[in-house]
Each structure stands twice: as C-alpha cells, then as structure tokens.
Design a protein around this ligand. Structure first.
Ligand SMILES: C[S@@+](CC[C@H](N)C(=O)[O-])C[C@H]1O[C@@H](n2cnc3c(N)ncnc32)[C@H](O)[C@@H]1O
Length: 298
C-alpha cells in the first residue's frame, strides 16, 4: 500500500519531472535559430502555442488528425509513381503520416515556414525525409518590411512558384490554407491601427487564391485539407459562424468533418469552438481554375 507521504512524494517527483521537461523544451526552442522576422511577427510563438494546445486538447483533436492522416494516405494511393512527395504546412507533424509516407516514397519533403526543434529531432530517424524552410506565400518577409516602414499591407503578392520545377508525385497542403493570412494580418494590424478592413480582406484573398493557384499548377495529384468555417457552439447549437477563406469558395466536393478545435474553456469560457473542415484526396484543379476565373476574371 502507498502511504499518504509516499503519494505526496510521488506527485512531487512527477511535477519536478514535468517542470524539467518544460524547461528543456524551452531551452531547445531558444537554441533553434529562426529568422528575425519570423520571431518578430509571432510565427515562433504560434508554433509553441499550437504544440501546447494540441497537448491540452489531445482527445478532442484525435478524430480530426486521424481524418487528415487517412486522407493523405488515400491521396498517396492515387499516385502512379512514388519518387517525391511534398507536404506543405507540415508544422509539428500532428496530422502527417510521416512514417507511412517515408516508406512509400523515395523522398519526402516537409515544407513549412519554420521547423521547431522537436520536428528536426523527429525526422532524424527517417533517411529519406527532408525539411524545407520556406514561406510558401513568398510574401511574409515583404509584409514585415512594409509594416516596419509604415506602409501597412501595401505589398504586391506575386504568384509563388516553389517546387514547380521539381518532379513531384504528390503534393499535400495540410491545414495551412486558412492560416496563411492570419499572422501577417495580425502583425500589420498591431502596428497600423487605421488599417482599412477592405485592405485586410483583399490581401487575405490574394494569399488564399495564390496558394490554390500554386497547388493547381502541379501536374501530379494534389491533396488539400483546410477549414472552411469557424463555428462557435453551445452544445450542439451553432451560435455564430465565421468563414475561414475570405469568401473564396472551393470547387467540387470533398470529404467534410468537424475539428473540435477548442472545447470550452480553451479559448472561450462559455462556447466551444469547432472548425468545419474539408479534405480532397484529389483536389479538382481544373474546376478550381474555372472558379478562380469567375472570382477574379484572370
Ligand atoms: C495549423 S498548422 C498546420 C498543422 C500541421 N499540419 C501539424 O500537424 O502540426 C499551420 C502551419 O502553417 C505554417 N505556416 C503558416 N504560414 C506559412 C507560410 N507562409 N509558409 C509556410 N508555412 C506556413 C505554420 O508554421 C504551421 O505549421
């Protein structure tokens, strides 16, 4: 039998171990070099927050992460060649079936604007998995410079062309599409209080459309997973909705599911926040090109 004293000692040991773990995570985090503009804008902090939230909401997130992983593998099943897979928005690899992809493809490229220490460590066990640190919009550093020079969101968003020349067999955009404008908008809005909402909307739409155009430019199969809407819920009732893609409607029909993102009180005391998510094992590129023509006439 464990006595009361022993129980308290055990608990104390566990707390000490957890505190040490946190401390080491923090030291490793600080020791990982990230470009200054990513730290300034909040990308590094956001990655840390994502890890902490996943830890707290582990059970609630599981179905969403499993849906994403299995959709990615379904997309891989559609490939006829297994040379190179490119995964964009690999983040902390929560929703990426890294081991399975590494077995199926000769090379797997994990692309994200930053790769935290724990990801660098995790991929060391795979010989054929490579990390690419890339801002997939090509706009982030310019936004940072423009905001610091007092020019708000007055930046040209050019069409990204990363990896288009590579011979890739599968491209996956993993829960990143709606996130592309979030940090740039937040950074600029924090420095320019008079920013017109129209400017934010226009800039965000250009990033979202730019990413979809980029995906549609690959000749191979493309898998896309993205949230469509944020739902504020009271139990089963949706009390408020916010669109995630700035009025850009995705074409065709994907598989839909709900991501239980922040059960109360994670973000709000009295409401649960969920995401309506769509996933395409084969993104309809042709239908997108038609739709974007209707949207912006180009
Ligand atoms: C919601 S997370 C995706 C979750 C990720 N798949 C995982 O399992 O951890 C969004 C990811 O997009 C990345 N990201 C945001 N803006 C980016 C950009 N401009 N270029 C590349 N990655 C970006 C973030 O660093 C983050 O890892």
């Amino acid at each position: 039998m464990i006595g009361a004293n022993q129980g308290v000692k055990c608990f104390g040991k566990r707390i000490r171990a957890a505190t040490m773990d946190l401390f080491w995570e923090w030291i490793k985090h600080l020791a990982t070099p990230f470009p200054r503009h990513l730290r300034d804008m909040g990308y590094v902090e956001e990655s840390r927050n994502l890890a902490a939230r996943q830890d707290r909401c582990r059970v609630a997130w599981r179905p969403h992460l499993e849906c994403t992983r299995s959709l990615i593998l379904e997309a891989a099943d559609r490939c006829c060649r297994f040379d190179k897979a490119l995964i964009v928005g690999s983040g902390l690899l929560f929703d990426i079936p890294t081991a399975e992809l590494s077995q199926r493809f000769r090379e797997v490229i994990l692309a994200d604007i930053l790769h935290p220490w724990r990801v660098r460590k995790a991929v060391r066990s795979f010989d054929n998995v490579r990390l690419a640190s890339v801002d997939i919009t090509g706009a982030v550093e310019t936004v940072h410079a423009a905001a610091r020079a007092g020019r708000g969101l007055d930046v040209a968003v050019s069409r990204p062309d990363f990896f288009l020349g590579d011979d890739i067999d599968l491209v996956v955009s993993a829960n990143i599409l709606s996130q592309l404008p979030v940090i740039p908008n937040g950074y600029v809005a924090g420095r320019h209080h008079g920013l017109a909402p129209g400017a934010i909307r226009e800039f965000s739409r250009r990033l979202v459309i730019g990413h979809l155009d980029w995906l549609a430019s690959f000749a191979c199969n493309v898998c896309l997973v993205s949230d469509l809407e944020r739902l504020y819920c009271d139990g089963e009732d949706v009390v408020e909705r916010e669109e995630s893609l700035w009025g850009v409607n995705l074409p065709g029909e994907g598989q839909e599911w709900i991501w239980d993102l922040a059960p109360r009180p994670e973000i709000e005391w009295s409401r649960d926040i969920r995401h309506r998510v769509v996933g395409y094992a084969g993104f309809p590129k042709h239908a997108w090109r038609k739709r974007r023509h209707e949207l912006i006439g180009e």
